[in-house]
Design a protein around this ligand. Structure first.
Ligand SMILES: O=c1ccn([C@@H]2O[C@H](COP(=O)(O)OP(=O)(O)O[C@H]3O[C@H](CO)[C@@H](O)[C@H](O)[C@H]3O)[C@@H](O)[C@H]2O)c(=O)[nH]1
Ligand SMILES: [Mg+2]
Length: 212
């Protein structure tokens, strides 16, 4: 999964996934411009396997993270020297997530992503909405829905790994709930803020409280 080679940056002319555009507006009479990117809304799922008290995460190569790593290693040109910037630097731990690109309930999209990426067939009744937030406010402004899915070992029906037809390569990783806060705050582990939020949410609102 982390054997990355032949990396180059090219100009984006058209895309099925993102559309850059500019907004012109006036604020209190002052003319302003703001450059944005249109992307899909998304769903994100904190999967808790209660049979073994572990969180189920996905680990995947993220080109955007990789290219930022390359820049930190002085590789800012259009070609990246992959000897100097090995592919594992673009691997990221994330919650199971997917874009809202189908006309159905967001909870159904969450259910599909849990199956596709992590191999659990979870009934909708085991999916709880945590909250809805903005995935990004500066550039995209899209919505991101967070769900909590309680799963058991007997809901595991496949290895997961993502949609092979779309070329997805995903490793399913388990983190014990007991170690999850240390994991969340470890800066040496690449992860998005949504993962940290979800782990903290669990410990604040869901974790059994010990009696002192
Ligand atoms: O430029 C692109 C963009 C996407 N894809 C494919 O599109 C699919 C997208 O996968 P999906 O699981 O639906 O979305 P994610 O990539 O997991 O993205 C979600 O999870 C991210 C991490 O939480 C968030 O940043 C995003 O907003 C959210 O949509 C995959 O097959 C990709 O291979 C491409 O091939 N090229
Ligand atoms: Mg995904």
């Amino acid at each position: 999964m982390d054997k990355i080679s032949s990396v180059s940056k090219v100009e984006l002319t058209n895309s099925d996934f993102v559309k850059p555009f500019r907004i012109l507006y006036e604020q209190d009479g002052t003319k302003k411009i703001w450059d944005c990117i249109k992307i899909h809304d998304s769903v994100t799922i904190l999967i808790h396997n209660v049979s073994r008290d572990v969180f189920v995460l996905v680990k995947q190569f993220r080109p955007a993270v990789y290219i930022n790593q390359a820049a930190s290693h002085g590789e800012t040109g259009s070609e990246v020297n992959t000897e100097k910037v090995p592919g594992h630097l673009g691997l990221v731990y994330e919650l199971c997530a997917g874009i809202v690109d189908k006309n159905c309930g967001w909870n159904e999209i969450a259910q599909m992503e849990v199956l596709e990426e992590c191999g659990y067939q979870v009934p909708l009744s085991c999916l709880e909405e945590i909250t809805l937030a903005r995935g990004g406010t500066g550039v995209t402004g899209t919505k991101q829905a967070f769900y909590y899915a309680r799963v058991t070992d007997d809901m595991k029906v496949s290895a997961g790994g993502g949609n092979v037809d779309e070329g997805e390569m995903i490793e399913v990783v388990e983190i014990s709930v007991a170690e999850s806060l240390t994991f969340a705050m470890d800066q040496s582990i690449e992860k998005p803020v949504g993962l940290i939020f979800a782990f903290l949410w669990y410990h604040q609102y869901k974790a059994p409280k010990s009696i002192s």
